[in-house]
Design a binder for this molecule. Structure first.
Ligand code: SAM
Length: 243
């Protein structure tokens, strides 16, 4: 058994995730703004503010996609620092790389194709690791968290920004309606792809709730694990420190 996830068909999930992100890559940024009404920018800004990243820092943005967080980190760490944008999907990586080059963000950013479950970096490499809206796509989340803990420096911080569970029943009803009805229709209209956006809604519903994820981070060996809800728990930011 693989960390208790033995009911999941790995290849099927990994293939589905690959199809989804190959399909949405070109329209990814437009859809993000539309689907969240621009609010994803606020969630990301809060993550950056709490990262504590400083000039000269070393950051891994895993599942970094089109580079929203990487762009901001690149400015923060400056010419003496380094940011690695890693993603499993070459379509997403390509959109991210082109986007950053177009904005002149080069020099301290590196692009790496990698699976969060088996990160190709030495132990104790990074001051901060972020995974934003990525963990729910990973098949073996425990393996991914352990891999991230391994490559963090002692004292380094892991930040997981992800959809989570709302605590308000009215908000939950509205949100479910939005995710399962409106979202796939928007996906169809704008990206010509309802299926991928259905997957998105399902993957959000399947994702562990706040306390479960906090427990998983502790199991991965991190300390001071805590979370902060945003937008009524639609999104949560979990953080943990490598001892
Ligand atoms: N972090 C970006 C953001 O917040 O805009 C992109 C998030 S996007 C919803 C999810 C990303 O996770 C996709 O680019 C996908 O390719 C990547 N991904 C999915 N499974 C992965 C895995 N096992 N390892 C690394 N990246 C993965």
């Amino acid at each position: 058994t693989h960390f208790g996830y033995d009911t999941v068909d790995v290849n099927e999930k990994q293939k589905k995730v690959a199809d989804v992100f190959h399909s949405v890559a070109a329209k990814y940024d437009v859809m993000n703004d539309l689907m969240s009404g621009g609010v994803h920018r606020i969630w990301k800004r809060l993550t950056i503010e709490q990262s504590g990243v400083r000039a000269g820092g070393t950051v891994l943005d895993i599942a970094g996609g089109t580079g929203d967080l990487t762009m901001r980190f690149s400015r923060l760490v400056g010419p003496t620092g380094k940011v690695v944008l890693a993603d499993i999907n070459d379509s997403m990586l390509k959109v991210g790389r082109d986007r950053l080059y177009d904005r002149g963000i080069t020099g301290n950013v590196e692009f790496v194709q990698a699976n969060a479950q088996s990160l190709p970096f030495p132990d104790n490499t990074f001051d901060v690791i972020t995974i934003a809206f990525g963990l729910r796509n990973v098949t073996y989340k425990d393996q991914a968290l352990a891999s991230m803990a391994r490559v963090l420096k002692p004292g380094g911080k892991l930040m997981v920004l992800e959809f989570s569970k709302t605590d308000n029943p009215v908000l939950t009803k509205l949100y479910d309606f939005y995710s399962f009805n409106i979202l796939p229709q928007m996906g169809q209209m704008i990206a010509g792809d309802a299926e991928s956006y259905k997957y998105l809604a399902e993957s959000i519903r399947m994702h562990p709730d706040q306390d479960t994820l906090k427990g998983m981070m502790e199991t991965a060996g991190l300390t001071s694990c805590k979370y902060q809800n945003m937008t009524g728990g639609i999104v949560a930011l979990h953080t943990g420190i490598k001892p």
